[in-house]
Design a protein around this ligand. Sequence first.
Ligand code: NAG
Ligand code: NAG
Ligand code: NAG
Length: 473
Amino acid sequence: MYFLLKFAPLFLAVSVCHGWLFGDFVGKQKELDEISLWPLPQKFQSSAVAFKLSPARFQIVYAKESSAGPSCSLLENAFRRYFEYMFGDLKKHEKSRKKASDSDLVELKVWITAADPECDGYPSLQTDESYELTVDAPSAVLKAANVWGALRGLETFSQLVYEDDYGVNNINKTDISDFPRFAHRGILLDSSRHFLPLKVILANLEAMAMNKFNVFHWHIVDDPSFPYISRTFPELSQKGAYHPFTHVYTPSDVKMVIEFARMRGIRVIPEFDTPGHTQSWGNGIKDLLTPCYSGSTPSGTFGPVNPILNSSYEFMAQFFKEISTVFPDAYIHLGGDEVDFSCWKSNPDVRKFMEQQGFGTDYSKLESFYIQRLLDIVAATKKGYMVWQEVFDNGVKLKDDTVVEVWMGNKMEEELQNVTGAGFTTILSAPWYLDYISYGQDWQRYYKVEPLSFPAESRHKDPCVERTAAVPR
Ligand SMILES: *[C@@H]1O[C@H](CO)[C@@H](O)[C@H](O)[C@H]1NC(C)=O
Ligand SMILES: *[C@@H]1O[C@H](CO)[C@@H](O)[C@H](O)[C@H]1NC(C)=O
Ligand SMILES: *[C@@H]1O[C@H](CO)[C@@H](O)[C@H](O)[C@H]1NC(C)=O
């Protein structure tokens, strides 16, 4: 907490609707007598024995026993990155490297223990991010099953380094054993309401890694704009982006975000929210949205995706086939929130369809009809899906591995109880919306939320599953 009071946020996740902010607070400056680790490790023991650390002598190396070595580009990249975080520009040190200076600690040995270090893999919901770190002269040792735990441990090591009164780098004798409380620690960025340049997204990913966040929930399109360039349907961004060339994400931009995130142990989960929140889709795809009526004539405005046309589902099948190959994560977020029924109600064809299906005047049944077909389409691509809570509330039949995201603040605990009671994994975002910030230090309550403060008997009994139950610690 002390840490957070001292440093201003460098990056803010900007979102009007579904943003949640947590932990975008970065501070690398160290002072004596502070335990400035963030987030605090599970087990932490430090002593007043301080070792000098000279950038001219110190190296990050592989332990002899490590299953990963110099051919692991993910770790090579991380070693370079963390060396620079700790000591500044590498080139500057090339000169001073020749002049040997005192260093009590000469190396950090990184020891990957699993047979497959996962150098070329992607992190997942099941990833083991645990690590053990021992700092003692002359060698510190960082032990982790795979590269993902090693990334978290490197972050912790870098946070332990501080400058003494003479400007010399120090690190204290320390023992740490650490693992995350929750398997999903996410930040949502909305790049539709405000287009976010690539470098802003990368800077956010960097800040996330410094705070051990591991999921970038990319709310990439929405009503206002469609910046994602689809290879299958280029007209979506050509007609739906704020600008078809400057305010778009090209296939290579998307690849870069995914790889930059992977290098930092971060999953990228794209959200393509339907049937609501789709005004920008309608610019490029004819007949995708429902025509709204004013009395007996079309009003010229459009509502959610038209659920009564087969062409809507044919479009979704092709579109999500592409999305499932572009994004490597096992999950796609399908949205499903805040569907406004007024346009559907106004449309005589929709009313007729409701009658034929026996839905009466219950438009949530029509919404479920649409979502059900969409889920079947996406399940056929072999991806899992995440949905906003309304989809669960409306009684849509969900695959067992569906993740339900609880975003509404009222009756949050009851909702968590219902979702987990039905056997689903849940992600909680309700308490961490950025637009809850009004004035002063009211953000403190973000840190006081206990995600598991709902009755325990309805939660999963399996502690592994429970670990996946919510957002940050
Ligand atoms: C680190 O060592 C210094 C110097 O002995 C000591 O003053 C300080 O309290 C130690 N810090 C921690 C977090 O143990
Ligand atoms: C839409 O698809 C369904 C099922 O595949 C079929 O029974 C129906 O005739 C189709 N409707 C139109 C208008 O093509
Ligand atoms: C939770 O489930 C109960 C029983 O089905 C229901 O009455 C209640 O409204 C649900 N709570 C929420 C917040 O949806």
